[in-house]
Design a protein around this ligand. Structure first.
Ligand SMILES: [Zn+2]
Length: 122
């Protein structure tokens, strides 16, 4: 969870479905894609979401050799190069001739000023 105060851009809450830290303003959880009930402070109309960064790539194991084990790690650095988040997304194995495709998406939404008062949530 971030330390950003409720009501400010970047403030987070916990998704009631998957328990991931999500933006307070989210109306759909980007992790599990469940719709979230309205809470005071949430943006009423769904703001336009842009995807300024999307990377997709596949790895195919050669037809022979030992299986590979993999770790998928995503990190975020600020403009000073300091790592502000690092997360192990998933682990697994790829057997000979198997394919895995990995997609990274960064979605951005204009952070409108909220109508609700801040600091009144649970
Ligand atoms: Zn969720």
């Amino acid at each position: 969870m971030s330390t950003v105060r409720p009501g400010l851009p970047g403030a987070t809450r916990e998704c009631p479905h998957c328990k991931e830290a999500i933006l307070e303003s989210a109306t759909v959880c980007p992790g599990c894609r469940h719709h979230l009930r309205f809470e005071a402070g949430a943006v009423v109309a769904e703001a336009a979401t842009l995807t300024p960064l999307r990377i997709e790539g596949s790895i195919r194991h050669p037809p022979d050799g030992e299986p590979w084990e993999y770790n998928v790690v995503v990190s975020i650095r600020n403009d000073r190069g300091e790592e502000i988040a690092r997360k192990l997304i998933g682990v697994g194995a790829i057997n000979p001739n198997e394919l895995r495709t990995f997609t990274l998406e960064v979605e951005v939404t204009p952070a409108k000023k909220r109508l609700g008062k801040s600091g009144t949530r649970h």
